[in-house]
Design a binder for this molecule. Structure first.
Ligand code: AHM
Ligand code: MG
Length: 334
């Protein structure tokens, strides 16, 4: 039987390829791998122990937090800060960024991490997949000084690495360091991730569209027109509609099968729902690395200059030809 590479082996191999690599990024991915296993263990137990349900806290967006969100947030922050491998962390679950000051070396680490520890948490109590999304940047302020907001508010094109973990029928970790996208599946019996999906690519075109159509009435005209186009009986259409309501799972399926994910602005929320820094930028980076495309309807997600940590943006992401088509409709109706 062919032996698949483990994630650990893959990380070491990649580090050797980049001759001048200091190993910091490898350590960082390793820490994420570890935290993902711990969170996976807890998510899997969600139906068994009485851990689900709102914990009573409210996050910065005014939404109820569930206990597993809080747990996942703590695990990722703990794992990254204990190892002192990053200089700062921003999380969707925290109002402000966190400064990490290693005690033996003053602010010597160069990476910041932005994370959505448990995305799609409204799916937890009905046993539907959720995910973790992460994004890594090199700080822009000088090493040796504390991190500042500017280190976190970088356009997505500056990302050094990004990835997600999907806690699904199998648990997978998918990530890129800017050299293509690779997917690893966890063997839960031994707690090891194996390279199962090397060099993942979005098909250039697809036939799946993923959108919360219940909000149709509130969508901009361009999105309404595009949805009607998806439903028309012409060429290879109507397309198939698939919406889990869990970004990582919808994205993951569309990357494998070919499709588009849409979260437009609406007359109720002017910038849509998804957060640029924690959700859209990492997914956009992965999409582009996998030959896909990510847009706010008119331009590239990765070129947006953020001005606040919890900024939201409309998000259209997936197979290039489908996102191109959506943009066409947006421009036409503008
Ligand atoms: P969350 O960060 O509060 O979990 O929200 C993000 C999630 C995405 O995973 C998902 O695609 C979207 O919200 C679903 O939103 P809606 O229920 O409005 O369709
Ligand atoms: Mg989220």
């Amino acid at each position: 039987m062919k032996k698949n590479k483990t994630l650990g082996e893959f990380i070491i191999e990649k580090q050797a390829e980049f001759k001048y690599s200091s190993g910091e990024l490898s350590k960082l991915i390793n820490a994420i791998r570890l935290a993902a296993k711990v969170v996976n263990h807890e998510v899997n137990k969600a139906g068994l122990v009485d851990i689900i349900g709102a914990s009573g806290d409210t996050n910065i967006q005014g939404e109820d937090q569930q206990k597993l969100d809080v747990m996942a947030n703590e695990k990722f922050i703990q794992t990254l800060s204990n190892r002192e491998i990053v200089c700062g962390i921003a999380s969707e679950e925290e109002d402000d960024f966190i400064t990490i000051n290693s005690h033996d070396q003053n602010h010597q680490n160069k990476y910041v991490v932005l994370i959505d520890p448990l995305d799609g948490s409204s799916n937890i109590d009905v046993n539907v997949s959720v995910g973790t999304i992460f994004s890594i940047y090199r700080r822009i302020t000088p090493i040796g000084t504390p991190v500042t907001m500017a280190d976190f508010l970088q356009p997505g094109r500056n990302q050094v690495a990004a990835g997600y973990v999907v806690y699904g029928t199998s648990t997978m970790l998918v990530y890129t360091t800017g050299h293509g996208v690779n997917g690893f599946t966890l063997n839960p019996a031994i707690g090891t991730f194996y390279l199962s999906h090397p060099n993942m690519q979005f098909p250039e075109n697809g036939n799946i569209y993923s959108v919360n159509e219940g909000n149709y009435i509130h969508f901009p005209q361009g999105v309404k027109d595009y949805i009607k186009y998806c439903q028309a009986e012409e060429d290879n259409r109507p397309y198939t509609s698939r919406y889990i309501g869990s970004l990582v799972s919808d994205f993951h399926r569309n990357m494998i099968k070919g499709g588009i994910y849409l979260y437009p602005k609406s007359s109720k929320s002017q910038n849509g729902k998804l957060r640029l820094l924690y959700e859209c930028n990492p997914m956009a980076f992965i999409a582009e690395q996998a030959n896909g495309k990510a847009s706010d309807g008119f331009g590239r997600i990765l070129d947006i200059q953020p001005d606040e940590l919890h900024q939201r943006t409309p998000f259209f992401c997936g197979s290039t030809k489908m996102v191109d088509k959506l943009e066409e409709f947006m421009v036409k109706s503008h």
